[in-house]
Design a protein around this ligand. Sequence first.
Ligand SMILES: [Zn+2]
Length: 461
Amino acid sequence: MSEVKLEDIVSLCKRRGFIYPGSDIYGGEAGLYDFGPYGVELLNNLKRSWWRANVYDKDNYVGLDSAMFKHPKVWEASGHVGGFNDPLAECKNCHHRIRVDKELGAISVTADEKMSEEEINRLFDENRAHIKCPVCGHKDFTDVKGFNLLVKSNLGDFTGTGERPVYLPGEACQGIYLNFKNVVDTTPSKIPFGIAQIGKAFRNEISPRNFLFRTREFEQADTQYFVKPHENKEAYDRIKQDRWNWYLSIGIQEKNLRWHQHENLVFYASDAWDIEYDYPTLGFDELEGIHDRTDYDLSQHMKFSGVDLQYQDPATNEKYIPWILETSVGLGRMFLAVISDAYYVENIGEGQTRTVLKLKPELAPVKVAVSPLLKNKPELVAKAREVYDMLKKEFGAVMWDDNGNIGKRYRRQDEIGTPYCVVIDFDSLEGETKDTVTVRNRDTTEQVRMPVAELTDYIAK
Ligand SMILES: [Zn+2]
């Protein structure tokens, strides 16, 4: 990424109503963010685009929205209760806790989240001489202990014993596995087929950081594609290409994407790739994971639930546990990538710059802004209202903007990413130019004059 800094993106997001720090008036709450009026529009547009690509544009995918809370055994079967740990060590001098895998990574020692506590402790011991407390500089740490990331709740616990913790989802996709049999039994879906879901997930991150990149509450967009055992390779390659192309289709520049293949695979996985994005300040890091998971997930749920989750091929009567190809992306990361990729600071002469979000029009939170040139001239305001009402009926996300002078309004709309600004001036009211307006293009800043009657078609194209 060029000279754009993460703090520029954070600042724009707050200033223009995209993202607010969670519980802001109480001083904030770590790792939580609220989507403001323009943030929720962009987020919803992203979800719609993702859903269209992964459900409507496919002929063998269906959607799902499962309950967040699930039977406690789900998280035992998934491995989240036993594993799913962040390896932590505490500075014996100041009690600051470090993520040992991150500290090892910083000195080029790979400590994977799937390693056992013993393995990580061994690596830590070998490298203790090179790891300093970032707060006080001491090198004396406790041993590494795994800290479980699952968030507990007291749902259904009316006695307060905490004996049967009902967890918030550590990942959203488990609901898809739980409903595999339901979908097969109640829809025409036949293997190979996919299930798509957008759902929330929660992680007790010890150090949430980097804005939307690592948060304690987030949303995930997942697809799970069920195939016959060993018939995974071709579908996996196709799904990988498909997901890459989708990012290009929503306007991400290809130079800011790259593939990363996992070196340390979990024992059941056959292959795992990430699509990485070149985030401002952070550099290349994970955006979406695309994993070839064999029959692990359904086998685990079969074992823990005692229910037969085998698929019976309707043509051959052959029975098997399907293999799963998964795609999973955090919507916060997707949002951060899209907004960073669209962010430009342009020279507009005379030492002036403008900041503009060159979002694809279909993703833009506001499609068109309508302004009367002056807000204290009733005849201008009345005409502008007419145009506003007409466009709002057509496009929905239309903004009335009469705040400040025209220059300020353009600046604001550029930063929100509004593709068109329509201005009603005195020429719109009389003479040869009666019933015409000026339309300003966000990307070129050029203005054209056109009849109100042509406006809807012009903006729609
Ligand atoms: Zn310390």
